[in-house]
Write a protein that binds this ligand. Sequence first.
Ligand code: MV4
Length: 583
Amino acid sequence: MFTKVLIANRGEIAIRICRTLRDMGIGSVAVYSDVDRGALHPRFADEAFALGGSTASESYLVVEKLLDVAARAGAEAVHPGYGFLAENAGFAQAVEDAGLVWIGPPAAAIELMGSKTRARAAMQEAGVPIIPGTTEPLASAEAVAALGDEIGYPLLIKAAAGGGGKGMKVVRSADEAAQAFESAQREGLSYFANADVYVERYLEDPRHVEAQVLADAHGNVIHLGERDCTIQRRHQKLIEETPSPAVDQELRDRIGKIAVDAARAAGYRSAGTIEGLLAPDGSYYFMEMNTRIQVEHTVTEMVAGVDIVREQVRIATGERLEFSQNEIRLQGHAIECRINAEDVSKGFLPSPGTITVYREPSGPGVRVDSGVTSGSEISPLYDPMIAKLIVRGADREHAIGRMLRALDEFEIGGVKTLLGFHRALLTHACFREGATCHGIVESELLAQRAEELSVEPVDAASSVDGRVSARAASVEVDGKRVEVRVLVPEPPYRELARRRRERVAAGAGGGASDVVVSPMQGTVLDVKVADGDVVEPGQVICIVEAMKMENEVTAHRGGTIAALSVAPGSPVSAGQAICTVMA
Ligand code: MV4
C-alpha cells in the first residue's frame, strides 16, 4: 500500500479524497493556488505545497508543477479528483512515466472515451446499445440529411471531442441540416479545438441514467447500480438520486450488464461511469463514459455502503475487488443536492463572495461534502459549488423528507445559494411524481418560488433598505423565547460612505445605461440576437461560458440591439460591452 498520495485537485473533492486516505493510514499531499492560500483543503491534508499562480491554467492544470510537488513530497501516487486533469490521458501517462502510480483508468481508456465517435464505434462493436446515428465524424451536411432520410427527424448533432452537452444542435428537418452542421463544427472548433461532429436520433423526454462501475486489474468488473441525473440546467447536474424512480430490478440488471460490457470493451480499470439515456419506451442507450470519480458518486456510496475512493486506491495498488456482483446490496434511497453559490433570480449567475455564516446540517442519514467554512471565499475563478448535501432514507419519500429537513438546517450567509431552489423543486409535484421535470427546472415560476423559499441566516448582517441594517437577537417574552431582528438605522458616516459608493458606481457607467456588459470573464457560446433586433426586458442576448458553466446575459431593458460586438467563440472579460439596447 502507498504511504503518501498527491491530490491534484482542490475544494470538496480534495478533502473527500484526504478523508479516505486517512481512513487507510495513507499520508496526503495537497496543492493550492495563490487564491486558495486560505482555503480548507491545504489545511486538511498532512502536507501542502503552493503551486503559484491564480487561475486554473496557471496552477491546477500545470503538469510539471504537479509532478515537481509529487517528487519533493515523496508521493508514490496521484489522485486527480474530477475536473482539471482527471480525464487528460497525457497527464495520466506523464504520471506513470515519472514512476508514480495513477489512481485512475489506463491512459488508453481515457483517450478512447474522450473521442465520442471512437467510443460509439467501440461500444457498437462490443454489442453495447448506442443511440442510433453515426459512428464516424460527419463529412458534410448531406450526411445529416441522409441519416434523416433513413431514420427520420428530429436529429441531434454533437461535437466528437465534446461531451456534457456543449455545442449540441437539434435538426428538425432536412433544410435545417446545413446551418446546424456548420454551427456545430464552428463551436466544436472554438471550445475543443476539434471541428469533428456526429449525429444521433434526438430522443424526446429522456432521463439521464448512469451506472457506476468498478474494475480491477484482474479482469473483475462489477456495477453499483444506477444514478438518475435527469434534473439538470444547461447540462449542469443539480440533483442526483439512486435508485432512479424510473428503473425497476429488470431494467437495473439490463443497465448494469450494459455498463459492465462497456467497461470491459474499453479495457477499463478503476471507478468509472457509463452515462446513458433512458427513453420513455424503456430503451436504454450508452451515451458516453466518464473516466473519473464523479461529483455524484456519493449517492451510490450511501446505498451500496462502499467507499468508491478507497476502491480506486486499492485497485491502483493491484489489489482485487473486495466483493463480487452478487455481494453488492443496494439499500434505501439517496439524494444529492448541489449547493452552488448561484443567484437563481439572475439565471443561475455565479454569486462569488465571502461566506459570512456557515452551519451544516447533520443528524440521521445526512452527509455533507464541502470545502468551505465561515469566512471562506467563493472565488469567481473556480467552480461555484459550496457543498454537496446528501441524504439517505428507507425509500424515496423518506429521503425527500430528510432532504427538506436538512435544507432547512443548512445556514449559509453572505452569498446567494441554491438552497431555495432545491426546496422549491423538492416540493414541486413533478419531482414528487418522479417525472423528468424538463422545462420546469428552467421555468420563471420555479425561480420565483426559489426566491420566496430563500432565507438569510438570522445572524447574517443584512441590509434592509441600505439605510437600515438588521441584526439577530433572542428575547424572552413572559418566559417564551422569541427570535427577533433588531433594525439599526445607519449611522451618519455610513450614509456618507454609501452616497459616495453610489456616485462612483453611477460615474463608472458614464451614463452608458444602454450598454449590456458581460458579468464575467469567459467565452461566448451562443448569440441569440442580431443588430437591429427588438428585444424585451430580460430577453437573452447571449450565453457566456465560464468554468464549464453557461450563463445567460439578458437585456436590462427593452429596445433595439446595436453595436453587437461578440460572436460565438469570442472571449469576453468581466464588464466588457456586448451590445447596446437603444430605447
Ligand atoms: C441527448 C438528448 C436527446 N437525444 N442526446 C447530452 C448531455 C447531457 N447533459 C444532456 N444530453 C442530452 N443528449 C440525444 N440523442 C437530450 C439530452 C438532454 C438531457 C437528457 C436527459 C436529461 C436531461 C437533459 C437535459 C438536456 C439535454
